[in-house]
Design a protein around this ligand. Structure first.
Ligand code: FMN
Length: 179
């Protein structure tokens, strides 16, 4: 499977999570492109079976550069061009209760609107609880960012990557984008 992780990270926490999700995807045989939202075009998403968005929580929602990138996918939306791709999300917030789930929901909404099949995080997976909720991996980095993603979060990121790759293989096995 081919996977792309599109993220924004001002202080490196989301980037660290992205690296761990990449590790999990690769452990399950996926080929992964890791990219900042500012470095790609919307049409690039067409080349991937798995699309993952990662954002810091900003004022309770998606960071604006990632949102701007997402809005550029309007042309793809018109043609339902990303239908049946596999989607995933991960976020980093200063706290657990200051917009993390709102941001996850906002990201889910965008990928669902693009026709993707969303993959959540299951309660028997390592990292569930402090490192992830049912929607995906979460970091709590402290209000000044000094805490960084916990070991549980980084574990959850690897597990999430593995699950995304496995689910994609099940669902897109015959249909995957050949390299
Ligand atoms: C302008 C601004 C707004 C923020 N708003 C929130 C917020 O509403 N809720 C929250 O939990 N964290 C908030 N944060 C903290 C960020 O989520 C935190 O800096 C981020 O998760 C760190 O990830 P990064 O290192 O990848 O940028 C805010 C940070 C900034 C700079």
């Amino acid at each position: 499977m081919k996977a792309i992780i599109v993220y924004v990270s001002s202080y490196g926490h989301v980037e660290q999570m992205a690296g761990k999700i990449m590790q999990g995807l690769e452990e399950e045989g996926s080929v992964v492109k890791l990219t900042k939202a500012s470095d790609i075009e919307a049409e690039d998403l067409l080349k991937y079976d798995i699309v993952i968005f990662g954002s810091p929580v900003r004022m309770g929602s998606i960071e604006h550069n990632l949102k701007a990138f997402i809005e550029k996918t309007g042309g793809l939306w018109l043609k339902a061009a990303l239908k049946d791709r596999i989607g995933g999300v991960f976020v980093s917030g200063g706290n657990y209760n200051s917009g993390v789930e709102l941001t996850q929901m906002a990201l889910y909404g965008t990928l669902l609107e693009l026709g993707m099949i969303m993959v959540g995080f299951v309660n028997d997976m390592p990292g569930y609880g402090h490192g992830a909720n049912q929607w995906g991996p979460v970091a709590k980095v402290g209000l000044d960012g000094s805490e960084g993603p916990s070991d549980e979060t980084l574990t959850a990121c690897v597990e999430y990557g593995r699950r995304l790759a496995r689910v994609a293989r099940e669902i897109r096995g015959q249909n995957n984008i050949h390299m």
